[in-house]
Design a protein around this ligand. Structure first.
Ligand SMILES: [Zn+2]
Length: 126
């Protein structure tokens, strides 16, 4: 799903997209001509691999995200703790944003239940 920056309203609008088994839904609205705020939930199941043994695992997602999409380089002087996503073609692309979020979730450390069992046994041995 894509929407042109200039068509994004200043009042909150709902959106919802699905990607495989992942559901991405929430609201978006303009904060200024160049900035759009997204408040959303990512839920569902994401396939990834165990960081230790490489086995396929399914992560159950339930993440609240809040981020700002900037049309062009983000140049506000205001400090923000929100994640900033910059885009350069004047398009707000929800699929891109979701993919970015999923990649960052995948890059976290995830281990399968077997490896989890291993490390618990190791801890008991010590
Ligand atoms: Zn494993």
């Amino acid at each position: 799903m894509q929407i042109e920056f200039k068509k994004v309203p200043f009042s909150k609008k709902n959106f919802q997209i699905n990607y495989n088994l992942v559901n991405f839904e929430g609201t978006f609205c303009k904060m200024s001509q160049e900035l759009v705020k997204i408040e959303a939930t990512i839920s569902g199941t994401l396939e990834t691999i165990c960081s230790r043994c490489g086995k396929d695992i399914n992560l159950t997602l339930n993440e609240n995200i809040e981020l700002i999409v900037s049309d062009g380089v983000y140049s506000s002087d205001e400090d923000t703790e929100l994640d900033i996503v910059e885009t350069y073609d004047g398009i707000l692309d929800f699929d891109d944003i979701l993919n970015g979020e999923l990649e960052s979730i995948k890059s976290d450390y995830h281990i399968c239940t077997e490896c989890m069992g291993d490390s618990q046994m190791l801890e008991k041995e010590f």
